[in-house]
Design a binder for this molecule. Structure first.
Ligand code: AHM
Ligand code: MG
Length: 339
């Protein structure tokens, strides 16, 4: 039995000259995750369901739990002192920590503290998604120019899923590992080692209510998924939870594709690049899967805005490649709609 903390420290020893700062940072994320897990689990008993009465930078209604989760992560990362700044779905601007931490800490964390929050009241799995970026230069207070001007490198992508069990899953570029939370002793334990996505699955996940707005390429791919062809295991089956982490986690374990496409009205789709798409793309690739905007790797998209959106096609490699081939054939004009 290996705990998350043991695993993090072992990895650090493996990489030799590490100082322990990154390990502490990951550990802080695990601690915040445990606190949010407690809040999510008891939400119906502590009067923290429902709307906060405010909207976030995206113009979306904030749930009380969105705000609570955001505060818990900011608090844990500030106390941990390894993170110079936070980019959050719930904050319009970069949250730069005061004093020496905002200047000298090596890492910046981008996160969606509680993704899929429209599912909170109905007891459907929700999650925290995070990406950790390493600053190329320290000694100066973090600025927006540093972030958008290529001053940071992605070093970790992960999520915590608050589901029938709570899990933390992450990659630092050496495979993907999953840890299940044991609430009886309050620790995350390694349960899913070196996770891999099947090359080809038979589940597709997309919000088909938006069908009329979809690009021809997406419509054609959906038709392809629904065709009868036993040789390729079609028709596939459809599952859509409406909580990216839940849909992605299922596809990690079973194979499949998740699509949140752009439409003519919203060519960039809905999901945010820095703290939703990049972390899951990093994990998908590390698990042998693929993540694209329909034409190019998510991880190759330049970051131009901290709240930038992008279409997302993610999951089993062959399924994503097939969807891309439909986009190229039927909707080539969409390639130019994203920078
Ligand atoms: P959120 O960050 O406001 O919760 O939005 C992101 C979520 C994803 O988790 C989910 O896959 C998607 O939005 C669902 O959107 P829709 O309701 O349009 O299908
Ligand atoms: Mg969210």
């Amino acid at each position: 039995m290996k705990t998350l903390v043991e695993f993090i420290w072992e990895q650090q020893e493996h990489f030799g000259n590490a100082t322990g700062e990154f390990s502490r940072l990951l550990n802080d994320i695990g601690i915040a995750g445990k606190i949010v897990n407690r809040d999510v689990n008891r939400a119906g008993l502590s009067n923290i369901l429902g709307n906060e009465g405010t909207v976030n930078v995206q113009g979306e209604t904030q749930k009380k739990l969105d705000v609570i989760a955001n505060n818990e992560f900011i608090k844990a990362l500030r106390n941990g002192r390894q993170c110079a700044a936070i980019i959050s779905e719930e904050n319009e601007d970069v949250v730069v920590f005061d004093g020496a931490i905002g200047q000298n800490a090596k890492y910046i964390v981008a996160l969606d503290p509680l993704d899929g929050s429209s599912n909170i009241e109905v007891n459907v799995p929700i999650g925290t998604i995070f990406a950790i970026y390493r600053r190329k230069q320290i000694g100066q207070r973090v600025t927006l120019d540093e972030i958008l001007g290529g001053g940071i490198d992605l070093v970790c992508g992960g999520y915590i899923i608050y589901g029938s069990s709570t899990m933390m899953v992450y990659t630092t570029g050496e495979g993907v590992n999953g840890f299940t939370y044991d609430p009886t002793c309050g620790i995350f334990i390694l349960s899913h080692e070196n996770m891999k996505i099947n090359e080809l699955g038979n589940i597709y996940s997309i919000n088909e209510a938006n069908y009329i707005y979809f690009a021809e390429g997406v419509k054609e791919y959906i038709k392809y998924c629904q065709e009868d062809d036993p040789a390729t295991n079609r028709p596939y089956t459809t599952r859509y939870i409406g909580s990216l982490i839940s849909d992605f986690h299922r596809n990690m374990l079973r194979g499949g594709i998740y699509i949140y496409p752009g439409t003519k009205k919203n060519p960039h789709g809905k999901l945010r690049l820095m703290y939703e798409c990049i972390p899951v793309a990093f994990m998908a690739e590390q698990a042998g899967g693929k993540a694209s905007d329909g034409f190019r790797r998510i991880l190759d998209i330049p970051i131009q805005d901290i709240h930038q959106r992008t279409p997302l096609f993610i999951g089993s490699k062959k399924m994503v490649e097939k969807a891309e081939s439909f986009m190229r054939e039927f909707s080539p004009e969409f390639e130019k709609l994203n920078p």
